[in-house]
Each structure stands twice: as C-alpha cells, then as structure tokens.
Write a protein that binds this ligand. Structure first.
Ligand SMILES: Cc1ncc(COP(=O)(O)O)c(C=O)c1O
Length: 424
C-alpha cells in the first residue's frame, strides 16, 4: 500500500487556510482478468468497479473532449457561454432527442435527475387535501422533494408499498394503482429503482394511471443507456433522467422531458433570464431551462459524443450494449446467489444492468453507524472491490447491489463472490 499525500495543487492558499493536506491512501491491487473495453475508462487498475450505477464513470475520449471544450470556454468565456452557446447546445439536444425517441422541442438539459424532479414538483399548484403518490422504492432525495411540497400546503404524500422480494411485475402495478384516489394529482414513479434495482413496468403503470386521470413523473435516473427509450410513445407527463450514469456522459449531464401540454407551467429549480428573454427558434420551456445562471455547460455539450462513442464500442451498437450489460448482471446475480446460498429476490425479467442481492444471515445482525458499512469498506480496502451495500425494508435487511458495464468482466463478480466468502 502506498500512501499518497495530496495537497490541493493549484489551490495552495485554500490548503493553507484549512491548515491541512488530504491524505489519500491508494492501494496497489493486483489486476485480475479485465474486460478488453476497460482500456477506454480511467478506472484505477486492479479495482473491480461494480458500482457503475451510483455515479457512472466517464470514458477517456469523452473527458478529453470536455477538457478541450473547457479550454475553449476559458480562452473566450463570453463567446463560449453567451454568443455561441446555442451552437453547441442545440446539436447535443438533437442527438439526445434521437437517442431517447423525443422531439427536441420537448427536451431540456438539467444538471441531475434531482433538479428535474424539483422543477416538476415545485411547479405544481398543489392545494390542501391534494395527494402526491409515490412508492416505498423511490430514491430518498426525490422522496424528500415530495415531502416538502406536500408539507407546505397541507397536501398528503401517499406511499404505495411495493413488495421486495417479489414474483412478478403485476405486483408493482397493483401496489401503485391501489394507492390512487380521486385526489391524486401526480405520481412520481421510478423507471429503474435504486435500492432494489428493479425495472418497473413503467409503460403499463403510466397507461393505468392515465386512465385514472393521474399524471406520471417518471424518475428515470438509471434508464438512459440501460434500456432503450422512446419518450414520445411512453406517454408520461414528465420524465427526468441522468446521462452521467449509463450513457457515460460527464457528471452534470441530465435531462428533463415534458409533454407539450405540461410545459407552460414548468419552471426550473433555479429561475434565471428565460422568463422574459425569448430567443428566436426556441420554445419558452427551453428559454427557461437552457440557462439557469452561470455554470460549466461542457458536460451537456459532450452528450452527443457520449451517445456516439458508447454506441460504437460493440459491433451491434446500443442494442448489443443493452443486451450485454444486462446479461452480465443476470449471470453475475446467478453466480453470487449460488455462492452466498441466497434466493434471488425477483425474476430475471425485472432486471436491467443492475441487480440487488440479499446478504446472508451472517451479515444481517451487524450494527452500522457510519456513512458506509464496514464490510463495504473492507471489500474495497482488502480486496479492491467497489460495490454498494444497502439497508432497506421493514424489518430492515442488508443487501448488495451489483452493476454491469462494458468495463466489467465476469471475473469481477467471481472475485466479489470469493471476497464475500472470506469476509468474517
Ligand atoms: C432512482 C434515482 N433517482 C434519482 C437519483 C438522483 O440522481 P442525482 O443525484 O444525479 O440527481 C438517483 C441517483 O442514484 C437514483 O438512483
């Protein structure tokens, strides 16, 4: 193990102010058999990176493009951020529209899925007694947006209880529909859940909710790049999603799609010039979201190239990538369930390129107090494996979630199985 002392580099003054250095312990892991395509990523050699789901990982080629765009931005800040802004933004939006099966006029970039959920929910004109609907498998940050919006006006948050483990997609749809009432104004439903890694039958849920007069906001944080999308056909009222996860765009690239009849009332989480500065050739919806104050838009400008690049890595393009990543996760789950002696908690048909696996009883009675479970830390520190542990359910249980991306190989999951068996 080497101990690397990092000062804050160019920001020495800051380091001095706080009177400290960051101590980063970088362990040298022996690389096992790696995926051929891993060379496109900058992942630390020897680390089995089985948590693509949390923050994604951006390939070198895209980071190089972003570095060049940043160079141009700092060479000519006003030309880049103001005069020629739309010339770089618009092609990226067009590429995204083709990729996601949308009209580009219905799409805006945002910096993350949380910002999209905030924009939609905080633009609703909720009244006392109204209900917002979601599920117990939603993402905590987005759940909090609903809590706050309902609390302010005396509206009610109704949480549908989707079981996990579960046997079929119908259990999901039924749980959601049972929670609808005449007062339901909007349902926020995940496309792919974070804790349980389920691909919800989102098309069916949207259709059934629509038939009951309820709009759906889809939290699609994990979906683009994991599943083929056709937003026009899906028929949701709103769809918010990340591009930094499975499309592998730089961090800060995400989008919000809104059906045309919903756009007039939508305001971004941060209001800026767009409300009274219309631009020729853009919709008022785009005017409001395209600029929400000075920021670094280079992640957005890289989206078209990220879509092209990821789609070029396998001969069968995106279709093969979806299939390959899903197969990797499905096979890894089979292997790990067998190694750990646990039952798979859902049918394979509900998996995308992630899978959540129950941890055996010997892991269940451990107390945890820190931000990250000690076993998760040990897997990284002792075995060079990055994989998330989570706690959820009632009663609370501990689970493990794996991801499969092109930088992963089957050997990564064998290594995880071996390490889990070795953990005390
Ligand atoms: C289902 C789901 N929704 C929303 C988010 C929030 O994403 P972000 O932090 O990029 O806004 C996540 C993040 O992992 C997620 O898994």
């Amino acid at each position: 193990m080497t101990n690397v002392r990092l000062s804050l580099g160019a920001s020495r003054g800051v380091a001095f102010l706080f009177g400290c250095h960051y101590n980063v312990r970088v362990k040298q892991f022996v690389p096992g058999p790696t995926a051929k395509l891993r060379r496109h990523w900058q992942l630390t050699p020897g680390v089995a990176f089985l948590n693509h789901g949390s923050f994604g990982a951006c390939p070198t080629a895209i980071l190089q493009l972003q570095a060049e765009l940043r160079r141009q931005m700092e060479a000519e800040p006003v030309q880049f951020l103001w005069r020629h802004y739309e010339e770089r933004l618009e092609p990226a939006r067009q590429e995204l529209a083709r990729f996601a099966g949308a009209k580009s006029r219905d799409l805006v970039f945002i910096t993350n899925a949380t910002a999209g959920v905030n924009a939609v929910v905080r633009s609703l004109k909720l009244r006392r007694g109204d209900e917002l609907l979601t599920t117990n498998q939603n993402y905590n940050a987005c759940h909090n947006v609903l809590v706050e919006a309902t609390r302010r006006v005396g509206a009610r948050l109704v949480v549908a209880n989707v079981p996990f483990p579960l046997r079929s997609a119908n259990e999901i749809t039924e749980a959601v529909l049972q929670a609808v009432s005449r007062r339901t104004r909007l349902a926020m439903i995940d496309h792919v859940t974070s804790n349980t890694a389920l691909v919800f039958p989102i098309r069916q849920i949207i259709r059934e909710l629509d038939a009951r007069g309820v709009d759906t906001l889809v939290d699609g944080a994990h979906a683009p790049g994991m599943l083929p999308l056709n937003l026009r056909e899906l028929g949701a009222a709103y769809y918010a999603a990340n591009l930094h996860k499975w499309v592998c765009a730089p961090k800060g690239a995400a989008f919000l799609w809104a059906r045309e009849d919903k756009q007039a009332e939508l305001q971004p989480a941060v209001i800026s010039h767009g409300n009274n500065r219309p631009r020729t050739g853009f919709t008022p919806f785009q005017d409001r979201f395209d600029w929400t104050g000075t920021f670094d838009p280079t992640a957005w400008f890289c989206v078209g190239e990220a879509i092209r690049f990821m789609g070029s890595l396998l001969p069968g393009g995106w279709r093969e990538l979806y299939r390959r990543n899903r197969q990797l996760a499905v096979k890894a789950r089979r292997l790990l369930c067998q190694r750990l002696g646990v039952e798979p908690p859902c049918p394979e048909s509900l998996l995308g390129s992630m899978a959540t696996i129950p941890l055996p009883e010997r892991f269940q009675d451990r107390s945890t107090s820190g931000k990250i479970d000690p076993e998760q830390l040990a897997l990284y520190d002792r075995f060079g494996i990055e994989v998330p542990f989570m706690r959820f359910g009632d009663p609370e249980r501990r689970w493990l979630r794996i991801s499969g991306q092109l930088h992963n190989s089957p050997a990564d999951y064998t290594r995880l199985g071996d390490a889990l068996c070795e953990l005390p």
